[in-house]
Write a protein that binds this ligand. Structure first.
Ligand SMILES: [Zn+2]
Length: 159
């Protein structure tokens, strides 16, 4: 039994890493002036529904974070706002806006790469997604390919 659980955890980890590689590629494809953050939404069956990269500078929209764009597009693909059973994979710990949005979208699982101690709302500064006062609390997997995700941010901010 414990062996089976270990194997399941191992294959889940591998799945999350594969998905994070996709999110890293999406992050790198964003606007040149935008902080490189990439997000991908996977359906309950593991099929990719939508991607988003940070486009705040590109579009001048303060809400154009990678997660928001990916959630909107995934909902458009599914034809409804409820993203039950879906997984949001993002290279950086979501901010309060994005954490709030993924709770409202009923996303089941959140996988993120690098921690964001200055603005993170999935455990760093706040923990919006696991607030016990909310009736929907997604499962969280943090620090997936953390080194690569953190390096992507560092290389952007390096002068
Ligand atoms: Zn955000």
């Amino acid at each position: 039994m414990s062996e089976g659980v270990g194997a399941a955890a191992f294959s889940r980890r591998r799945q999350h890493e594969l998905w994070m590689r996709r999110a890293l590629a999406v992050a790198a494809s964003g606007g040149a002036d935008d902080v490189p953050v990439g997000a991908v939404v996977y359906g309950p069956d593991g099929v990719e529904l939508a991607v988003g990269s940070n486009e705040r500078e590109l579009t001048g929209d303060p809400t154009a974070h990678a997660e928001i764009l990916a959630l909107r597009r995934a909902a458009a693909v599914l034809g409804e706002w409820r993203l039950d059973g879906c997984t949001l994979v993002v290279t950086l710990e979501p901010c309060t806006m994005c954490a709030g949005a993924l709770v409202l979208a009923r996303v089941s699982t959140v996988v993120f790469g690098a921690w964001e101690p200055k603005t993170g709302a999935v455990g760093s500064l706040w923990d919006v997604v696991r607030d016990r006062r909310l009736n929907h609390r997604p499962e969280v997997y943090a620090g997936v390919l953390e080194a690569e995700c953190a390096e992507l941010m560092r290389s952007f901010f390096r002068p």
